[in-house]
Ligand binder design. Structure first.
Ligand SMILES: Cc1cc2nc3c(=O)[nH]c(=O)nc-3n(C[C@H](O)[C@H](O)[C@H](O)COP(=O)(O)OP(=O)(O)OC[C@H]3O[C@@H](n4cnc5c(N)ncnc54)[C@H](O)[C@@H]3O)c2cc1C
Length: 389
């Protein structure tokens, strides 16, 4: 009988295993993955400094000290408007083959035990959980990503219209900026929205480039040719065709719910990807850390229901942010986003607040709301009088 089994060894699973072992230094924590590491994960590879803050609180420091930081961010529609500036703290663009292997090595170094296995079934009992009829644990953490078998087994599949799809490739930097994360917003709201292309410099002469959009609620998936066509329209400086890989992003607008009990869902398995920006690594490590602590407390007997304990902790840490970004994502259309960018202009405070909202757990602040509201109001006045307020 394991104390805790974590299914999936991405950022969410590694953080969960590290957190569980901190609370249970002598506990048996298994870290299961179907893949051999290092392994790739289709991603934009953007790592917000806020994710490193969560790791630092788990005692993991210096993970990316050898990596080239990226200081600037540019959000732009083709031909304008745009918003660009230096971020308060730099981000990192780290291929997931590197980031996830490093995090997993930390988890194993802290005493988690690796298990190479593909989980298919989950059986829940009052005081334990059984995976595939043979792996028994007092608590199981499902950190198995966008296509989570654990989530499917406990009946929490996201509803249609709450998942995005994206393609990405590594290309030579060429004419792309080398110290700027570029997000090229689509002016076309006729398909799934938000929709945008990105170019994130890795620091080794290459960039991670890609394009993503919301999948329609009516079903159907855009063809690969269409997604690549949109990428090249929005980022004409990307002259190398690929190879591109695609993957789904389960968005927090899905409202996937953490049930009571001994199976906890974290990261993409709990549909925690930011629906405005597609960022999910910060949510993955934060939810993983909280779930690892709740699982370990249940093993120690200090909480009766780890599912309920974790749900409460996650709501406290992330609830306001999720409500705010979910609302903005439902309202997001190209004209509204363009009005927002115009309104922000050179307002430093609003830019910083938007970075926190897009990359981590920031709420919609009064300054963001005031700026967007003012721009919308002045646009309404212009449309009636032909003059600005
Ligand atoms: C194209 C694209 C671009 C993105 N860009 C960014 C970005 O720039 N920044 C950002 O913050 N986020 C980005 N995201 C989101 C980010 O990739 C995810 O939110 C993040 O990977 C979630 O981490 P995770 O640990 O929950 O899951 P994952 O990283 O997917 O890890 C899941 C692990 O579970 C394992 N697994 C799966 N099924 C099983 C099973 N049945 N049994 C055993 N093991 C299993 C897998 O092998 C994998 O190792 C992007 C996503 C996509 C698709």
């Amino acid at each position: 009988m394991w104390d805790v089994i974590v299914v999936g060894s991405g950022p969410a699973g590694a953080a969960a295993a590290i957190a569980a072992r901190r609370v249970l230094p002598r506990g048996r924590v298994g870290l299961v993955d179907r893949a051999e590491f290092p392994r790739d994960k289709t991603c934009g590879d953007g790592v917000a400094p806020h994710a490193l803050d969560v790791l630092a609180r788990l005692g993991v420091r210096g993970l990316l000290d050898d990596w080239t930081p990226v200081h600037r961010l540019r959000l732009a529609f083709p031909g304008g408007p745009e918003l660009a500036g230096e971020m308060l703290r730099p981000t990192y663009v780290v291929p997931r083959a590197v980031l996830d292997a490093r995090l997993r090595a930390v988890a194993l170094g802290r005493g988690a035990e690796p298990l190479h296995h593909r989980v298919r079934t989950v059986s829940r009992f009052d005081d334990h959980v059984v995976l595939d009829g043979r792996l028994e644990a007092r608590v199981v953490i499902g950190a198995d990503g966008a296509y989570s078998a654990v989530r499917a087994a406990i009946g929490q599949e996201p509803p249609p219209g709450r998942t995005a799809i994206a393609v990405r490739a590594y290309v030579p930097l060429g004419a792309l900026a080398k110290d700027e994360q570029v997000i090229a917003l689509s002016p076309d709201g006729s398909a799934g929205y938000p929709a945008y292309a990105w170019a994130f410099p890795i620091g080794d002469g290459r960039a991670n480039v890609g394009y993503g959009e919301l999948l329609p609620a009516s079903g159907g998936t855009p063809t690969r040719a269409r997604l690549l066509g949109r990428l090249h329209e929005l980022l004409p400086d990307v002259d190398e065709p690929g190879p591109f890989r695609g993957h789904h992003l389960p968005l927090s607008t899905a409202g996937t719910r953490q049930p009571d009990g001994r199976v906890l869902l974290v990261g993409d398995a709990l549909s925690l990807v930011n629906p405005l920006t597609g960022e999910g690594i910060h949510a993955a490590v934060l939810s993983g850390a909280l779930a690892g602590i709740a699982a370990a407390r249940a093993v120690r007997g200090t909480v009766a229901d780890p599912g309920r304990d974790y749900r409460t902790a996650l709501r406290g840490a992330y609830g306001r942010h999720t409500r705010h970004v979910d609302l903005l994502a439902r309202l997001a259309r190209p004209r509204a986003v363009a009005a927002g960018l115009r309104g922000v202009g050179s307002r430093r405070r609003v830019f910083d607040d938007l970075v926190d909202l897009g990359l981590a757990d920031g709420p919609v602040t009064a300054s963001v709301l005031g700026t967007i509201g003012r721009e919308m109001a002045s646009k309404a006045v212009r449309s009636v009088t032909g003059r600005s307020r």
